[in-house]
Write a protein that binds this ligand. Structure first.
Ligand SMILES: Nc1ncnc2c1ncn2[C@@H]1O[C@H](COP(=O)(O)OP(=O)(O)OP(=O)(O)O)[C@@H](O)[C@H]1O
Ligand SMILES: [Mg+2]
Length: 417
């Protein structure tokens, strides 16, 4: 590194380092000289500091103190098993400090029911393969429905399994766990999440609202007096929120999302073709050919296997993206009406920010082709598709885990054993 660099060059160097760290989702910020400096850039920075005469001695001393404290934190991080969990209706993701997202599996559990107590046979990817294909003595269930715990026993078993899977090696402390939950869930629903996490081995448990986590994951300035708006359409819920100064100013959580769209596709095919398909087949069609603005000049189709209701025989039919859109558009329109209602409730000063910065669209269903453009046309605001729609909530919860000040500003409850 050049030893005679100017202050501006120096700041540019740290900004570059920060960007590198942020890309790896491990930002631990230390305020200094009006800049944000990352711990891992400290050794480089100290070397550089030695060689430059521009900063006063007191600043150098300050940096040394901070370096020692950063080193201490890094040591305790080695032992830490703290994690952030996006306990979704369709998928569960786990983020661990310094590692990033370490688990991303379907929220499904397969249980043997002919023994007492019930025995867990498979969890996650392996259990999803069993959905709808198991004998009477086995049930493959999705413990989360419409964003909340529907089967407490199975949700607890699933969490325990996932936590054990990511927590290899010895641990001195019980992990701190942040769990993302839908906006406006009841006290009973919150307690169910906290108890399931406790039983799975959590020490301290923090809850964060999903759209807040999504906004943080998308890099929005949630703690500033500026308005950010997020629409997160997952498997069980569509969460809409306007955020400013680390709080949700207005929002709605609809229990309408990917699962209801899959059911609508099943109903549509049954009515139109007298043909029965499973949930998995409906989801596959939605994810592969759903298009909010299907182009009749370039039709897209998918083959789907199922059972003919008239003959009772298995058969294959072909469905088009226009048909899929016809089946799911009622649900999409309900979500759009809710977005408009939230926009109407938003104070005018904050609406101005939304006009400028637009709305972030995230969650698995956000990946329906042209959905961002369609919602934009219907609402008149700019809709921006998140970079990683399936990961945004987990990334945001993880960033919160890494930043104590942010955690205390945005969490909605903190419990411990
Ligand atoms: N390419 C795609 N196009 C449309 N839908 C998709 C696509 N990929 C995934 N999905 C749907 O997204 C949903 C899962 O999204 P996500 O993982 O964000 O939900 P979740 O977080 O588990 O649920 P929730 O937040 O509602 O509790 C499922 O319904 C899935 O079928
Ligand atoms: Mg979700």
């Amino acid at each position: 590194m050049n030893t005679n660099v100017s202050r501006t060059e120096e700041h540019e160097y740290f900004n570059m380092k920060i960007k590198e760290r942020v890309q790896h989702f491990e930002p631990i910020h230390i305020q200094e000289c009006g800049e944000q400096v990352c711990e891992n850039s400290m050794p480089d920075f100290l070397g550089h500091l030695e060689k430059t005469s521009e900063l006063p001695a007191v600043k150098k001393e300050n940096f040394l103190k901070r370096f020692v404290s950063a080193a201490k934190n890094s040591f305790s991080d080695l032992w830490s098993k703290d994690m952030a969990i996006d306990l979704g209706t369709a998928n569960t993701l786990v983020y661990m400090k310094r590692k990033g997202i370490v688990l991303n599996e379907p929220s499904v559990v397969a249980l043997r029911t002919d023994v007492h107590p019930k025995q867990v046979l498979a969890v996650g990817i392996d259990a999803k393969k069993m959905l709808g294909k198991v004998p009477d003595s086995i049930v493959a269930i999705r413990p989360m429905q419409e964003g909340v715990i529907a089967d407490f026993e199975a949700a607890g078993a699933m969490l325990k399994h996932f936590i054990k899977k990511v927590c290899r090696g010895p641990s001195l402390l019980k992990p701190r766990i942040i769990v993302a939950v839908p906006v406006g869930i009841s006290w009973v629903e919150r307690r169910a999440v906290e108890e399931a996490a406790e039983q799975a081995g959590a020490g301290k448990i923090f809850l964060i609202e999903e759209p807040m986590a999504a906004a943080i994951g998308a890099g929005l300035p949630v703690t500033e007096p500026r308005c950010s708006m997020v629409v997160d359409i997952g498997g069980g819920t569509a969460d809409i929120a306007v955020i400013s100064l680390a709080g949700i100013v207005s929002g709605k959580s609809l229990r309408i999302a990917g699962d209801k769209m899959d059911a609508a596709i099943m109903r549509y095919i049954k009515t139109k073709y007298k043909f029965i398909i499973g949930e998995g087949a409906a989801e596959m069609i939605k994810n592969s050919i759903a298009n909010a603005m299907p182009d009749p000049r370039h039709p897209e189709t998918a083959e789907v296997k199922g059972r003919d209701l008239v003959s009772g025989c298995p058969r294959i039919i072909t469905v088009s993206s226009e048909e899929v859109w016809e089946a799911i558009s009622e649900h999409i329109n309900t979500i759009i009406e809710a977005i408009k209602a939230v926009l109407e409730q938003t104070p005018p000063e904050l609406s101005a920010d939304i006009v400028d910065s637009g709305v972030i669209l995230t969650g698995g269903v956000a990946q329906i082709r042209n959905l961002d453009k369609f919602i934009g046309n219907e609402t008149g605001v700019i809709i921006k598709l998140a970079e990683f729609p399936l990961l945004t909530v987990a990334m945001g919860s993880g960033k919160t885990l890494d930043d104590n000040r942010l955690l205390h500003e945005v969490m909605i409850s903190a419990g411990s054993r």
